[in-house]
Design a protein around this ligand. Structure first.
Ligand SMILES: [Zn+2]
Length: 99
């Protein structure tokens, strides 16, 4: 059986103490697409062909990660509170390290 460790501090989490499973889903968001009459009247074949050629050279995992990425990790109570504090105080969003 795999030992569960806190992703934040590395402490073992199998001692029966409460711990947390954090899940972060990062989904690509797009502006609402508006389709115009010009879009419907033009032939997108060449554009699609060029896009497929470009994608053929790229790593499939990187392409997938650009659209959707799920991060799952276990945290001890202290690290869960540290993470929560960073989000609540905006430290993560401002790019500042925690104080
Ligand atoms: Zn921890």
């Amino acid at each position: 059986m795999n030992e569960i460790r806190c992703r934040g501090c590395g402490c073992p989490l199998d001692g029966g103490d409460v711990h947390y499973k954090a899940r972060l889903d990062l989904c690509a968001a797009y502006d609402r697409m508006e389709i115009t009459r010009e879009d419907l009247e033009c032939d997108p074949s060449e554009e699609i062909r060029q896009l497929l050629m470009k994608m053929a050279d790229e790593d499939p995992q990187e392409l997938t990660d650009e659209v959707f990425m799920r991060l799952v990790f276990d945290l001890c109570k202290q690290c869960k509170e540290r993470l929560t504090k960073q989000f609540q105080q905006g430290g993560f969003f401002s790019g500042e390290e925690e104080t």
